[in-house]
Each structure stands twice: as structure tokens, then as C-alpha cells.
Design a protein around this ligand. Structure first.
Ligand SMILES: NC(=O)c1ccc[n+]([C@@H]2O[C@H](COP(=O)([O-])OP(=O)(O)OC[C@H]3O[C@@H](n4cnc5c(N)ncnc54)[C@H](OP(=O)(O)O)[C@@H]3O)[C@@H](O)[C@H]2O)c1
Length: 267
């Protein structure tokens, strides 16, 4: 079987070497092909499976411009995009690695959402396993509500964490500490929390003043935000979620929960 990968961006730069390493034949289709590469239409003509690894809002137009023939399978890697975007192709499937790819890391060990009908599901699950991915079979067809929730979950787990770190860095700088030290000092804390969460679950991993029932420290954190001229919305929303986790873990008695809720309500 021959794969065409159309659009050689961050996802393709992880997918193509992985496919080749697994012994699959891959042609790369690009708008401006380099040595050993083809134009998208020529790559698609040569292939059985055609991967559209272009920006999400270009998937439908790219699919519409390709010369399809019976038996070909079109795939996209966008957790946010319906298979309807691949409508001009005879068959369509989704294969979404749940990883933020920036061109410097492979796919091994990553979960991959697979959206396909019964005819192609087994082959895609098998491919996922061959590539060292963990197949995650999604409902097919997937409702738009479910798709949006699935994609929002993935985005929150990746870029949402970056937004939290941006807030942490703003506080770091408000403390008068060197900005260059911020990320190297703070990201091991994130990593440690994530590793613990994977081992013990979120409630089992939550720590810090809220998990200890220390309302005084929480109040001082909120005052620090105000002094720095920073909006308290994000910290308050995160504090409420931490409180729920700490309560679920049985870490707080009624008086501690009450004092923490009073600190949060005081804002
Ligand atoms: N990056 C990730 O972390 C990640 C993770 C999971 C899923 N995905 C999905 O993978 C797909 C590709 O994402 P990506 O991050 O690899 O994007 P990307 O780095 O922006 O690369 C997309 C590629 O598409 C081509 N392209 C750019 N603009 C185009 C246009 N206007 N019309 C047609 N082709 C165009 C370019 O390739 P050529 O110059 O070779 O033509 C470009 O390198 C998306 O559906 C995304 O949701 C990405």
C-alpha cells in the first residue's frame, strides 16, 4: 500500500518518518515540491491512502482539488474537523495524534483518536500499533457536540497548560525574579504534578495551600495578584477546581473547606 502525505508541516514531519520506519511506502505532496517530492495531485494519484496534513481550514478545499478514484481512503489528522470535509474522497477517516507537535519529537507512545467506519477501523488500529501509538477508537459518526468537547479537552490539556504557565511567569516577574529563570524553574513543578497525576489520579496528586486547607496563604496569593495589577479570574477558577479535587480526595475537613470558600468568595 502507498501513502500520500499532502502538506509537509509539523504533523507530517513526525508522521512521514514514522510511516517509513514502519516499512510503509510514502510519497510527499507539496505545493512547491522539492527533490523527491510531488505536487499534491500527483502524490494523491500515486497513493491508496491520502493524508491531508494541511491546516484545518484548508482540509475541505485541498480534498476538493485532488483527483480521487474508487477505493482510495482520505485521512485528516484534525480532531476539530468533521469527516465531511473529506467528502469528495470515496472513503474518509480521522487519525488524530493527541500530542502537540513542534517538529522535534516523534509520535511513539501517544494516543491517537481514530474516527472511521467499520471497514477501515481495524486497519487504522493496526497502523497505530505498528507506529507505536495507542489507538483510541472514537464514535463514528461523531456528533459535532462530542467532537468540539473532545477537541477542547485536548487543547486544554496542551495549550491550556501553557496559559497557566504564562500566568505563573507573570507572578514570577511580579516577585522581581529574573524572567529567564522562570520557565526552567517552574516547568519541573508542572512535570512533577503531571507525573504524579498519571500515577495517582488528579485528586491524589493535588498539593499546595488549597490541598492543605491553608486559607491564609490563598488570601495572600490573591493579594499578590492584585498588587501586581493582574486579573484574578484565572487563579480563582483554578483555585475552585483545586478545592473540588482536595475535597474529593478527603484532604479537607468542613472548617477548612468553609474558610477556603470564604477566601474565594471575598474576591
Ligand atoms: N502540530 C500538531 O501538534 C498537531 C497535532 C495533532 C494534529 N494536528 C493536525 O495536523 C494537521 C496539520 O497541522 P500542522 O501543525 O502540521 O500544520 P502546519 O505545521 O501549519 O503545516 C501544514 C502544512 O500544510 C501546507 N499548507 C499551509 N498552508 C496551506 C494552504 N493555505 N493550503 C494548502 N496547504 C497549506 C504546508 O505544507 P507544504 O508547504 O508542504 O504544502 C504546511 O507545512 C492539522 O489538521 C492539525 O489539526 C497537528
Amino acid at each position: 500500500m502507498i501513502h500520500a502525505v499532502i502538506g509537509y508541516g509539523r504533523l507530517a514531519r513526525a508522521l512521514v518518518p514514522a510511516l517509513r520506519a514502519a516499512g510503509e511506502v510514502v510519497v510527499v505532496g507539496r505545493r512547491s515540491p522539492g527533490a523527491g517530492e510531488l505536487l499534491p495531485a500527483d502524490a494523491a494519484r500515486a497513493a491508496d491512502w491520502v493524508w491531508l496534513t494541511v491546516p484545518d481550514d484548508r482540509i475541505a478545499a485541498t480534498a476538493a482539488a485532488l483527483p480521487w478514484r474508487a477505493g482510495q481512503l482520505a485521512l485528516h489528522c484534525s480532531g476539530a474537523t468533521s469527516l465531511a470535509a473529506l467528502a469528495p474522497a470515496p472513503e474518509a477517516a480521522g487519525f488524530h495524534p493527541l500530542k502537540l507537535l513542534a517538529g522535534d519529537a516523534g509520535l511513539a507512545g501517544v494516543h491517537v483518536g481514530i474516527e472511521a467506519d467499520a471497514a477501515f477501523r481495524p486497519a487504522l488500529q493496526e497502523l497505530a500499533q505498528v507506529l507505536g501509538l495507542v489507538p483510541l477508537v472514537l464514535p463514528s459518526p461523531m456528533t459535532e457536540h462530542a467532537r468540539a468537547a473532545y477537541h477542547a479537552a485536548a487543547n486544554l490539556a496542551a495549550s491550556g497548560v501553557l496559559a497557566v504557565l504564562a500566568e505563573a511567569l507573570a507572578l514570577w516577574e511580579a516577585a522581581g525574579l529574573a524572567p529567564a529563570d522562570g520557565l526552567p524553574a517552574l516547568t519541573p513543578l508542572s512535570r512533577g504534578a503531571l507525573d504524579t497525576a498519571l500515577a495517582r489520579g488528579l485528586a491524589g496528586a493535588v498539593s499546595g495551600p488549597i490541598a492543605r486547607g491553608d486559607a491564609g496563604v490563598l488570601t495572600r496569593h490573591l493579594q499578590a495578584l492584585a498588587t501586581a495589577g493582574l486579573d484574578a479570574d484565572l487563579l480563582l477558577a483554578l483555585a475552585r477546581r483545586q478545592l473540588a479535587l482536595a475535597e474529593a480526595a478527603g484532604r479537607l475537613d468542613a472548617a477548612q473547606s468553609c474558610a477556603l470558600r470564604a477566601s474565594l468568595a471575598g474576591q
